[in-house]
Design a binder for this molecule. Structure first.
Ligand SMILES: Cc1cc2nc3c(=O)[nH]c(=O)nc-3n(C[C@H](O)[C@H](O)[C@H](O)COP(=O)(O)O)c2cc1C
Length: 216
């Protein structure tokens, strides 16, 4: 293992998460670390790396290739510092700052306040940070991520298969667009590099400056 070598690996359906992975890698590399960016399908061995970041989009659960990657490599990933990141089009704002012990860092422009404070609708309860992250943590319990970052993604109907278009229009009911918040993505990566695990100060929502409940 080379102490200065970091892997940023990602799964993608339509290319969005690849560009996010690239930005994360650029930030991680700013202090001289050697950072490689690979699709999960391209990773042959985790042996050379001192730390690993794994990212993927929410495609009816975390992208299957990302989930498969962490399941298959859970022992190796359990031996090095790991961070996960997710791209998504909707996330219901809750006050969680961690899920089952994993600190979460949420792009404030992604998280939306629920319609009613006392009860989440079915759609809102489906898209909470707990619903997104918990199955991922359970799939590879050996891995204790130092942070899980949640970022706005991109929905470009022209890049999707016909059934995916139908799914996002009818089930997800999200409008197409690019919701990537590059300062938030870069701040998260910089905070990983600095060992702070979560920071998105420049994008912090002043209405929710200190969201404080842990776990679910
Ligand atoms: C079939 C499909 C299912 C999706 N499911 C979800 C979802 O459950 N929750 C969500 O927030 N976004 C969902 N999205 C939106 C994607 O997570 C978002 O567009 C992401 O940025 C795509 O990344 P990619 O271009 O790397 O594949 C879905 C998109 C598609 C095409």
């Amino acid at each position: 293992m080379d102490p200065g070598r970091i892997l940023v690996t990602y799964a993608t359906n339509a290319g969005t998460t690849a560009e996010v992975a690239q930005a994360v890698a650029e930030e991680l590399g700013r202090t001289g670390a050697s950072v490689e960016v690979l699709r999960v399908e391209e990773v042959r061995s985790l042996e050379p790396y001192a730390a690993v970041v794994v990212g993927g989009p929410m495609i009816i659960g975390w992208h299957r290739a990302a989930a498969r990657f962490i399941r298959r490599n859970r022992r190796a990933l359990g031996r090095v510092p790991v961070a996960y990141f997710f791209t998504a089009m909707s996330l219901t704002r809750t006050d969680h700052t961690s899920v089952d012990g994993t600190p979460v860092c949420i792009d404030p422009s992604l998280a939306k306040a629920p319609g009613r404070a006392d009860r989440l609708s079915f759609r809102e309860s489906y898209s909470t940070v707990v619903r997104y992250l918990r199955p991922v943590l359970r799939a590879a319990p050996e891995v204790r991520p130092v942070s899980a970052g949640f970022f706005g993604g991109r929905l470009d109907l022209f890049r999707l298969k016909w059934w995916q278009r139908l799914f996002v229009l009818i089930v997800i009911q999200e409008r197409p667009g690019d919701r990537r918040n590059w300062p938030a993505i870069r701040e998260w990566a910089a905070s990983l590099r600095a060992g702070r695990l979560c920071q998105m100060e420049t994008t912090c929502d002043p209405a929710h400056p200190e969201e404080g409940r842990a776990d679910g």
